[in-house]
Design a binder for this molecule. Structure first.
Ligand code: F6P
Length: 322
């Protein structure tokens, strides 16, 4: 099937770099003589026909902006057969031959449903959690880490002044990948992730005691939100070591900000790859970063993969941080 009009939407939790991906989709489509419709508010917008024509000029200045110009939303109606039928009817009515869906696993399940209904679809992995099994990298991950690092570097100043321990909770949903990436980058004393059990005495308290013997007067403990219990961990640390401890929950600040170069480049490459896959007649695909390249693979195969845990990062956190 020839592609004459592409729709693009963002769905699920937003991520810095989504705008860069939208920009690349629009520019690549237009460069190939294909028109482009922005669909606002994810699959809600598709069902309600909430669309805006996008051309090369519509995305000027978008590369550097966090968030998503198309808004995002979670859509319960799209999980129903009538919602999916309405979305397919809207695609036909608007002349959308191909759809690029930017988001996480839930976004790809929606794209799969549309593909089964005859709409060519390609997904782009975008979430700060980097927890999508088929790809080593998801858009937003590096920016979220750098945002957390900026906050942790500020925390370090005051922890040093007061010779305290800072317990920092980072996002990641049920994954510890973001926490490990941040932990290595900030030189944390310990990183706690939901995928691994922890021996508080060995993994935290003894490390802190050893550190103090070597004149390390402050400590950063990174806790993935999926591990939780940051307040209880802080209390236990104080009781076990006598070190004053404070808790900081970084929360949604990790979801904002101008994307880093890594996110801008990844998002641009993935956006272009998604359009090129549609133009090559592919459907039901998701683009992915694999072995330093950008590939596309079948959505059903991608969704069937087991949850991803970056064991190599975990090994590094065990070997190199104190
Ligand atoms: O999936 C991205 C994410 O930021 C998770 O890290 C976090 O747990 C979740 O979204 C928060 O969801 P919401 O923005 O709906 O509160």
């Amino acid at each position: 099937m020839s592609i004459n009009r592409i729709g693009v939407l963002t769905s699920g939790g937003d991520a810095p770099g989504m705008n860069a991906a939208i920009r690349a989709v629009v520019r690549t489509a237009r460069a190939n003589g294909v028109s482009c419709l922005g669909i606002r508010r994810g699959y809600n917008g598709l069902i309600n026909g909430d669309v805006v024509e996008l051309d090369a000029r519509s995305v000027d200045g978008l590369l550097v902006k966090g968030g998503t110009m198309l808004y995002t939303a979670r859509c319960e109606e799209f999980k129903t057969e009538e919602g999916q039928k309405r979305a397919r009817d809207i695609c036909r009515y608007l002349g959308i031959d191909g759809l690029v869906a930017i988001g996480g696993d839930g976004t790809f399940r929606g794209a799969l449903d549309l593909s089964r209904g005859g709409v060519s679809t390609v997904g782009i992995p975008a979430t700060i959690d980097n927890d999508i099994a088929c790809t080593r990298y998801t858009i937003g991950y590096d920016t979220a880490c750098n945002t957390a690092l900026d906050a942790i570097d500020r925390l370090r100043d005051t922890m040093q002044s007061h010779e305290r321990c800072s317990v920092v909770e980072v996002m990641g949903h049920r994954s510890g990948n973001l926490a490990m990436y941040v932990g290595i980058a900030c030189g944390a004393t310990a990183v706690l992730v939901p995928e691994k059990s922890v021996d508080m005495e060995r993994d935290i308290f003894d490390r802190m005691r050893d550190g103090r013997i070597h004149h390390r007067n402050h400590h950063i403990i990174i806790v993935a939100e999926g591990f939780g219990h940051a307040d209880a961990i802080a209390k236990d640390i104080h009781e076990a070591t006598g070190v004053e401890t404070r808790v900081t929950v970084l929360g949604h600040v990790q979801r904002g900000g101008s994307p880093t170069a890594r996110d801008r480049v990844n998002a641009t490459q993935m956006g272009a790859a998604a359009v090129n896959a549609l133009l090559a007649g592919k459907t039901n695909r998701v683009v992915a970063a694999v072995n330093d390249g950008i590939v596309d693979l079948d959505i059903e195969e991608a969704l069937a993969l087991p949850p991803v845990f970056h064991e190599d990062l975990y090994v590094t956190t065990r070997q190199t941080i104190l």
